[in-house]
Write a new protein. Structure first.
Length: 449
């Protein structure tokens, strides 16, 4: 059995040699040559801090501290390439596995990927073929926000992508990408308790996205989610060949609108359960400009809610006071209407509010600066106003709305109160409203014409 012991000693020495030899082989002289070749290929400055060779457990090459771009558009902690040794003797060279650790890609780097991936000689076979990619602890820096850290696994076949799986390290988002044909990729993503990495801080209880993507557009034919106590279903198309173009439509059902407004960064001026059918579109050069270019149109219905910051009943029954409706709140059984959003301006028309003794209709415009303008007609069943319909001007801001009666209504109410006391207020308001319509309103119409 001595020969077994000797064989074991030889094997141990050989393994030790394989582990130690790479420490005596300097690869630093090759770094400038690799940096130059990579910089010419990507047309961006490329820097590498360290290059090492290891023979165990299988021969592999590692590069540490990689940066691409003057502004560090892409950085990588470590890249480890495990080649097929026999392929090194011929062409193409085959990398069995490429491990990338601690990748950070900025928005500028993301925009440059199509340029980096473009082949200068598309008709020639690739010089290097990668069979699989393992991406760990990666982060996408999207302006002020970030996506990640996440891990990804890519399987390659015949020089192209066979499948890609992506998962955030907290397990909240999982996505699978598979090629359908030469130009399209199938997308299947699922998320739970997940927030958007950029833009509005919307929290999805559950989210499912299915569709296809190509080099020029993403067609998301199925979008389903549960959020803020309700559901949203629809589809969207995103084009990105030249700038960004977005179109789509959704069915919104029973979503708590106050929570949604807060997530969108808007003042929580309204609460209740929202039902809507928005159709939207936008076209812009960059993602940052997309929101300002948005056009959205939808009917809407809010059930069992509260309009915060204004008391319509108080404004309609305090006719002589110009700040009668300021502050307080208006509870309603139903608020419905039609909304159009265009370049930051929101126009609410066909407004209808119903709640017990109160009913109101009208239209309101909200400027990009959240300034309010418009008019509503409020009817309150109360002895003090004799069930009069009172026109009210809308002013102020979304944070501090203001309702006050029109000039003719105030004058009529004041006269009615002086003649007949509180019971004459409603009669006077009706007279003022009628007079304003006959003379003031008519004159204004003539001026407009």
């Amino acid at each position: 059995m001595k020969w077994l012991k000797r064989l074991g000693v030889v094997a141990g020495v050989l393994i030790l040699a394989l582990a130690v030899i790479p420490f005596f082989i300097s690869l630093s002289d090759y770094i400038p040559e690799i940096e130059k070749a990579a910089s010419e290929r990507l047309k961006e400055p490329v820097k590498i801090e360290k290059l090492t060779l290891a023979l165990l457990p299988v021969p592999h090459l590692s590069m540490d501290g990689i940066t691409v771009g003057k502004a560090r558009d892409l950085t990588v902690g470590t890249v480890t390439a495990t080649p097929n040794l026999w392929s090194l003797l011929g062409t193409p060279k085959v990398i069995r596995n490429l491990e990338i650790n601690k990748l950070v890609l900025t928005q500028a780097g993301l925009d440059k990927i199509p340029q980096w991936m473009k082949s200068e000689k598309p008709d020639e076979p690739p010089a290097v073929v990668v069979q699989s990619v393992k991406l760990d602890d990666a982060v996408l820096e999207l302006g002020q926000a970030a996506f990640g850290p996440f891990d990804a696994r890519l399987a390659m076949a015949q020089g192209g992508l066979e499948s890609a799986s992506i998962q955030t390290q907290d397990g909240k988002l999982k996505a699978l990408v598979k090629p359908q044909d030469r130009e399209k990729y199938l997308i299947d993503a699922n998320a739970k308790s997940w927030k958007l990495p950029a833009g509005a801080s919307i929290l999805f209880d559950e989210l499912t996205i299915k569709g296809f993507a190509s080099s020029t557009e993403a067609n998301l034919s199925e979008i389903r989610c549960r959020l803020y106590g309700g559901t949203v279903m629809g589809k969207a198309r995103i084009g990105y060949k030249k700038g960004l173009q977005v179109t789509g439509n959704f069915d919104v059902s029973q979503v708590e609108i106050k929570s949604l407004l807060q997530a969108l960064g808007r003042p929580p001026s309204l609460s209740g359960r929202l039902t809507a059918r928005p159709v939207f579109s936008a076209s812009a050069a960059t993602a940052e400009q997309l929101l300002n270019a948005l056009r959205l149109e939808t009917p809407f219905d809010v059930q069992s809610g509260v309009l915060h910051g204004v008391d319509i009943s108080k404004a309609a029954t305090s006719l002589i006071s110009k700040d009668g409706g300021k502050g307080g709140e208006t509870r309603f059984d139903k608020l419905s209407g039609h909304l159009v959003v265009e370049r930051g301006t929101r126009r609410l028309t066909r407004l209808n509010i119903a709640s017990g003794s109160l009913s109101a209709d009208g239209s309101v415009t909200v400027s990009p600066r959240d300034e309010l303008s418009g008019k509503i007609n409020a009817k309150v069943t109360a002895a003090s106003v004799a069930s009069a319909t009172v026109p009210l001007n809308v002013a102020g801001t979304v944070q501090s709305p203001l309702l006050y009666p029109t000039g003719g209504t105030v004058t009529g109410a004041a006269i009615g109160t002086a003649i007949a006391g509180p019971l004459g207020t409603g009669v006077g308001a009706k007279v003022g409203q009628w007079a304003e319509g006959m003379f003031g309103g008519g004159q204004n119409e003539k001026k407009k014409r």
